[in-house]
Design a protein. Sequence first.
Lengths: 493, 231
Amino acid sequence: MILLQLINHQWKQARRSPIWQKNLAVNIIMGFFFFIILLEFVVLSMVVSDKWHEIAGTEKPFTIFHQVLAWYFSAMLVFRFFMQKLPALEVRPYQHLPLKKQTLIHYILFRGSLGIFNLLTFIILIPFSIFQVGYSYSLPTTLLWLLAMFSMDLLVNYTVFFFKKQMAVNTKPVLIFLGVLVIVGVAEYLEWFSFSEIVAKGFDFLLVFPLLALIVPVLAFLVYKLNFNFLLRGLYLENYQSAKAGNELRGNLQYLNKAGVLGQIISMDIKLQLRNKRTKSMLMMAPLFLAYGLFFYPQEQYSKDGGFVVFIGMFTTSVLAINYLQYAFAYEGAFYDFLRTSGLKTNDFVKAKSVLGSGLIIVSYILTTPYIYFGTDILLIHTACALFSLGFIVPSILFFATYNKKTMVLSRGSAFNYQGVGAAHFFAMIPVFVLPVMIYLPFKWLGNPHGGMIALGSIGVIGLLLKKWIHQMITDNLEERKYIMSEGFRQKY
Amino acid sequence: MIQINNLQKKYNDITVLDIQQLNIPDNESFGLVGNNGAGKTTLFRLLLDLLRADQGSASINGIAVATDESWKHFTGSFLDQGFLIDFLSPEEFFEFTGKIKGMSHDDVSSFLLGMEEFFNGEVLGKKKLIRNFSMGNQQKIGIAAAFMGNPKVVVLDEPFNSLDPSTQIRLKQLIKQNKSEAATTFLISSHDLNHLAEVCDRVVVLEEGKIVHDLHSDSDTLASLESYFAV
């Protein structure tokens, strides 16, 4: 069975991906986190399902749940629309082989319907079907309900595929589709008319007349067929390649280019960050990092506890810089040979990295000044943390980065992507956040928190004064390790 | 211009390169040929200080490459994709390379003007990033960058690969022209015996990391190379 063979290849590709093989420690850490989160979701879902009739608090717990589901499926629709794409390129190596086109299309559609979101649907639906639906209705009704809801997920999935494919050909229907979604959302929000109530009524109906539930799988199948026919007519890869991200050329940073070699390197580095998928998606996370304080500062017990503020202060002012500097030189891994032979001075390279890292800290610091709203002390601590980061964290992380010897492959997104990330990268974060707290706390315990801030700031200033010397040290280490790095970077994966 | 003494490179106790003595005089165009795994790229990488030599040394213009970096200012090279910054446009890449080589913006512009013919209108002004060019055009960009900043030495690893026939001819003209006008020394490897015989004063054959033939060009270089590689 050729379909099984294709799935087998896919499985092999995933399993043999060097990310799995070379990075055991990272895998264990990530696997552990993933497992914990999954477990938490399952338990949460079970508890909520069990107590749903109390939580919903009306006489119609099922209607309320169906309304939640209506929102869930709408959210999935939008989410899948932006996150998921049809794995059409996966069949490229098979297209020239004497395989039936139909088989390949079935495979593409099947592969595309599997994902982490399906798991979420399972986690939400199964406990509810056991604790609530199964409790109030007969077993066949429950099973039919479950079938309808899963088919709903598939229906959403294939609808998204269909619209995304339309987009490659013609953007108009997609814009209309998105427009309708927005209108429905706004209408619900302003309570003009409730889309979720209408859908929920439909779902309620399925429990009363269970056989109607069979309509949903039939609908899902029809949309599948629609996709199938569409692909059958136009399974040409050129239709899918235009959507590659970051192909367009914009922004040329002329002012930086005028600033000599250093400016050239910095402008090259900025382009690197902005024009590659992986670095770009990391940058998208930046607002989340900067807003981190909002989770804690509004609560008195945190904003008054200096030790904790130091932690948050370090995090908000320096996490962007750390994220960037940790992988310094590994970003350039793909063209390290060029940099090495071009006559670029290693010291200039180090300086450019330091300037950009420091720039990120200064920008983060400025953007987080509004936290002064939660107390002047917070701003003082942030200032101390920013100085400490500039003088101490930047050079330390940069020195640490000279031990990178795996290229960061930049063409893939950053979510769940640990290629090029070593366990050391995780452990390096610990002292960065613990050390400043440890410097600060003794002063606080002795009743002199301002002394702690001054201590942190002074360490930073000393670091800044020794900058030249530290840069030379980093440069020397880079040169010491030149062969190890070039050789490591040349091993692409 | 280039001296190599007792240069050795091993991987896991297997010697992949072992060159007792090799001198390449000024303004020579030196060709390197050998089957896959013969050590051509290894030799170039050692010469460009991209690999640590297990023994011996290489020097360019009297400068030992491993200890002194100043040779980089008059040596241009293009070995593989690792010599291209693929998220830049060709213009940005040339500007960047030029700056490092100490060229002004005007220098870069006039250099690119001189390269117009070689590019054949397929490289500049396309508003595309290097990664979106075809292999052949990427190859052109890399080769052109190796010629920036009036290098005394140019090292090219299989430069004729993926170039279209016209560009292959233009590249040979470019090499000959630079050799006669700028007295550039060339090191070129290739699998194409015709190209090497045409462009090079001297062709060295590598086999399992050792020099097995050292032919100075004359009318029957090609014939002797062909007989050497005949199966």
